[in-house]
Every structure is written in C-alpha cells, then in structure tokens.
Ligand binder design. Structure first.
Ligand SMILES: *Cc1c(COP(=O)(O)O)cnc(C)c1O
Length: 387
C-alpha cells in the first residue's frame, strides 16, 4: 500500500490522447455517447462513465478519489461548499420526524441549519456538552438517527474523543458523522474510530491558499449512494475548476500542514508564556485539557490556536486593531495568518450565557496560523499585545 503523500500526488484520472503529465481541467457540462445503446446503458448506470456535470466530472472524481484514499473511505461526493456537503448529507439521510444529537460547539452555519432550517421539515436536534461525553447518552431519543461532532472545535479548539463517540454510535445504532475540517485527512481519520461519514470544508486547509470554496462527504458506499442520488437531483455539485484546484492542492497538503502545525505550536508556546494572556488552547500543548486524546487521535495539533487576552471584550478588540502583518478575515487555513475575535463577530448574536457555554469569552482570540516565517507572526502578535 502506498503512503499518504504518494496517493495525494499519484492518484490521477486516465491520461487523454495528449499524454499530459498533470491532470488537465475538464471544462465541459456534458459528455457524448457513441450511439443509442451507449446512451441507454449510461443512463441506466450499467456503465461507470461521465454523463452530465451535475452527476460527475473527471476533475471531481479525481478529487473525491484522493480524499477517499486519505480517509480510508469507500466512496464520496464533492460539493460546491462545505455547507452544501453538510446540508446534503443530512437532507439525503434523514426523514421528517428524525432526530440529531450534536455537540454544542459546531460551526456557526451548521448550528443555524439545526436550529433554523431542519425544523421546517420536522427534523430536530439536541445538543450535548462538548466537554462531557457522559452527556451524549442522555440526549439520545428513540428517533435519533445521527450523532454529529467536529474535533477540534471552532473557535474554542476543544477535542472530542472520537473513539468514544464511535462506541456510543455503535451501541445505539446511530450514524456517526464527523466534520473533520480542522484536522484535515492528513492529521486525523475519523473512520478509523467508527465514523460512518466524514465531511470536509475543502475551503480551508485543503485549498490552503484562500482561493476557492469546496466541500466533500466520504464514507460508507450505501450512505454515499443516497447522498449522491439526492445531490444529482438537487444540484450542489462542485465546479470542475474548483475540483481541479483542490486536487492540485492535495498534492502539497502533507508538507503544508506539517509546516502549519510547526508554526502553530511555536505560536501557542509563545502565547502561553505571555503575561497578557490568560489561557491558551492548542491540542498539542500539554496544558490542553484533552491533550492525551488529541495525541491519541491526531498526528499533529492543527493550525488553529485559541487564547484569551486579559481584559475581556475591550482588550480583544484593541488587540485586533493593533494587528499589522496578520489579516483580520473570516476564513481559516490560509497561507496567511488570520486573527478573529469571535465574541464581537461570528458569535456576536449569541447571548452572553450561550457564548460562555461554548467557551467563547470576551477576550477569546482565534489565530489560524499561516505559513509566513513564524518569527514574523510572533512579532506581530507580540506588538499587538502591548498596551
Ligand atoms: C468553514 C467550515 C464549514 C463550512 O464550509 P464552507 O466551505 O465555508 O461552506 C463547515 N465546518 C467547519 C468546521 C468549517 O470550518
């Protein structure tokens, strides 16, 4: 069996008559048939071939095949965004009356989907305490179908024990769906711990250069078949151009993520020793409450560091205003280091109590550590921490 880096580079669609070395971009909305019989057999799915861009495209297939190899998954489907992957996965697998049990800390739009939109179709969600997995079993009902979580979480960088979630899902016959975006397939493979499906926003570290949006769901073939049938009818397909960019990006995922993690650990260690900083959360710092679990399930700690500035919400905003080299932006997983202040931006609409319940204090700052020279990142954070 070949290794991660080799699969990322050598998994490739068949060469065309031009014998290109690098996979070309297949900008075509449809594909042609030899004759009436070829067309009939293709539509009947007696042949595995491309028919129409909403169903499949060679660039999309290459991207999905790579992610499947990296995650140890049987099959997958690629989406225009991470959120279309999340939505289509739920919409394809759930019926009216079904119930989801989810960690309380999930990506903002996923939380919005659970609270504002899925209830329109009578699909309800209960939340368990992200830092207390004893709570999960209390939230399971007779109509629960899916157990859902992210690890590491956004923005508080909490870690959930995937193996334990796998056991609970098995015991109650639930589908375990993990959003593996923060870890990437390079650092963590949830299927190994019992996940049935793994979702990625490819917009983040998979692209890694802040250029395109994309998403993917991979896992058990029978479940992916349902997701595929839903998607080929509803149309959330990833564009071939973005698939081409993302498949190229995967070729360098391992080296990029190694460097992101090396820089992030140094930034976390710097912050931990800073007098203006209360708490630093980074999975591979010994002080992280779930350090042992992070070590068990992740190869490295990821690129996101959360920390709390002394002085609350005012100090957090002041820090952001003094940042020079790093960017203030909503994205993460870019080559450029990005700093955000969740309490005054992404989570500003939450009540103070709800914010604190998800670990978002007034002084919490999230840093998506990039690939600039680490000393320049640290110098910028250091000057912004000076009053
Ligand atoms: C960004 C993100 C998403 C959504 O992805 P988009 O590509 O922005 O739609 C989902 N989950 C997590 C954890 C994310 O960080």
């Amino acid at each position: 069996m070949s290794h991660f880096e080799t699969d990322a580079i050598r998994t490739q669609t068949e060469r065309s008559q031009f014998l290109e070395h690098s996979t070309p971009l297949y900008l075509t909305s449809s594909f042609v048939f030899e004759d009436a019989e070829d067309m009939r057999a293709s539509f009947a799915e007696e042949k595995q071939r491309n028919v129409y861009g909403r169903y499949s495209n060679p660039n999309n297939s290459e991207f999905v095949e790579k992610i499947c190899k990296m995650e140890g998954a049987e099959a997958g489907y690629s989406f225009a965004t991470g959120m279309s992957a999340v939505f289509s996965t739920f919409a394809a697998l759930l019926n009216s009356g079904d119930h989801i049990v989810s960690a309380r800390s999930v990506f903002g739009s996923t939380h919005g989907l659970f609270t504002k939109f899925l209830p329109k179709w009578n699909i309800t969600t209960s939340y368990f305490d992200t830092n207390n997995l004893d709570d999960v079993e209390y939230k399971i009902q007779s109509n629960t179908k899916i157990l859902y979580a992210e690890s590491p979480t956004n923005p508080a960088v909490d870690i959930l024990d995937l193996e334990r979630l796998g056991h609970i899902a098995k015991k109650y016959k639930l589908l375990l769906v993990i959003d593996n975006c923060f870890a990437t397939p390079y650092l963590q493979n949830p299927i190994q711990f019992g996940a049935d499906l793994v979702i990625h926003s490819a917009t983040k570290l998979i692209d890694g250069q802040g250029r395109v949006l994309g998403g993917v769901t991979v896992g058990k073939a029978d479940l992916i078949r349902e997701i595929y049938l839903f998607s080929r009818n509803t149309g959330p397909a990833l564009s071939p151009f973005n698939a081409w960019v993302l498949s190229k990006s995967l070729e360098t995922l391992a080296v990029r993520v190694d460097k992101h993690c090396e820089n992030a650990l140094k930034v976390a260690e710097f912050l931990e020793n800073h007098s203006k900083v209360n708490v630093v959360k980074y999975p591979f710092l010994k002080s992280h409450p779930q350090y042992a679990i992070a070590k068990k399930q992740m190869k490295l700690g990821g690129n996101v560091v959360a920390f709390e500035i002394k002085g609350g919400i005012g100090a957090g905003r002041q820090f952001l205003n003094k940042i020079k080299t790093c960017s203030l932006s909503a994205n993460l997983g870019d080559t450029r280091t990005i700093v955000t202040h969740p309490a005054s931006t992404t989570h500003a609409k939450l009540s103070e109590d709800d914010r604190l319940e998800t670990g978002i204090t007034g002084g919490l700052v999230r840093v998506s550590v990039g690939l600039e020279h680490v000393q320049d990142i640290i110098d910028d954070l250091n000057q912004a921490l000076k009053v």
